[in-house]
Design a protein around this ligand. Structure first.
Ligand code: LMR
Length: 345
């Protein structure tokens, strides 16, 4: 996930009741004799678990069971993520990355970020990479090509049944996917609903939520952001007004990954069908956000930190020390410290 030579220290957080199974997992990790695994710690204390973490994968949430609606999970899980946001803010390494996998992932990311006053929204990503991988696999299967030949499949919006898997910009071996597949009815019909409902289909078959494919997608997500990738990657990130999506939502958009960070791919043409699909998933995220408002600090304004970050980036790109110092003044305290140490090194 972090490169072939990067040693890792794992800090695993479990509930108190989960400590015994966690011990078993830790034994298995030890027995795996992984050459890059430097140490493994298990704890039920959030601050200890997130202490100095560079990457945090928030996979723990109350799992959805068969027949359960995602909305049933909203309140229970959002409360868990508020606590995690607070602990991350207090203890994680400055500039750390957080990937939210536990459902409802997008709104959990919003709640965690809103409860992390010393972090920036850009540090929080909600995972839609699993949906992207599912969509790429289905497109490859339909076209009879290797999945590695498929790129630019986009997942817009929520990691839920309203998500919009969009192939209008997708390519297969460098050709437009639509021209290769030549079946618009499938691309806007069965394909879309199959990707949207794949999570529920896995639950129905396994009696439990996806595990291996979700873990694989989490690894892909962090690896591509950290090490860089030529392919676009869909990530649930703070909506910044592009494509008309605002409102402090964690909405999945295509991102370019040059390495160490991501940038939103902006300005893609959106046809009428796509616009209506994008609006539908936005509406669901707005409803989810409004359902967890009680867990957001009253002072929370998702737009402000992002604008501050943009000002800092512009100053940084211009290599203007005075402006960097000025822009960093209004950033969260731990960011100011990181900027100060970067300037002095
Ligand atoms: C998945 O997409 O496989 C899961 O997010 C489904 C779920 O609700 O747990």
């Amino acid at each position: 996930m972090l490169g072939k030579d990067q040693p890792v220290r794992l800090q695993l957080i479990e509930t108190k009741q989960g400590m015994s199974p966690l011990k078993g997992v830790m034994m298995e990790l030890e027995d795996g004799a992984f050459p890059l695994l430097e140490s493994v710690k298990g704890t039920s204390d959030l601050e200890e678990g997130f202490g100095d973490a560079n990457f945090s994968l928030l996979v723990g949430a109350m799992p959805r069971k068969q027949g359960m609606e995602r909305s049933d999970l909203l309140s229970a899980n959002a409360a868990i993520f508020a606590d995690q946001g607070k602990a991350l803010s207090a203890t994680a390494a400055p500039g750390s990355r957080v990937l939210i996998v536990g459902n409802p992932a997008n709104t959990n990311a919003l709640v965690a970020a809103a409860n992390a006053p010393d972090m920036l929204p850009e540090q929080f990503m909600a995972m839609t990479r699993l949906d992207q991988s599912r969509a790429e696999g289905m497109i490859a299967g339909k076209a009879g090509v290797d999945v590695k030949d498929v790129d630019r499949v986009i997942i817009w919006g929520n990691h839920s049944a309203t998500q919009y898997p969009d192939v209008s910009h997708a390519r297969i071996g460098g050709r437009w996917a639509k021209d290769v597949i030549k079946d618009d009815k499938w691309l806007t019909g069965d394909f879309v609903s199959k990707v949207q409902k794949r999570g529920a289909e896995v639950i129905a078959a396994r009696g439990a939520s996806s595990a291996a494919s979700a873990a694989s997608a989490a690894i892909d997500n962090i690896r591509d952001v950290h090490l860089g990738s030529k392919k676009w990657q869909s990530i649930g990130v703070l909506s910044d007004g592009s494509y008309g999506i605002g409102g402090g939502l964690w909405y999945s958009v295509p991102c370019a990954c040059p390495g160490l960070h991501y940038t939103r791919v902006k300005g893609l043409p959106v046809d009428e069908y796509s616009a209506s699909m994008m609006n539908a998933t936005e509406a669901e995220l707005v409803a989810e956000r409004d359902a967890v408002r009680h867990l957001l600090p009253s002072s929370y304004d998702a737009g402000v930190p992002l604008q501050k970050l943009v000002a800092l980036k512009e100053a940084w790109d211009a290599n203007d020390k005075a402006r960097i110092q000025e822009a960093s003044k209004s950033l969260p305290a731990r960011f100011q410290a990181a900027v100060k140490s970067a300037l002095s090194s």
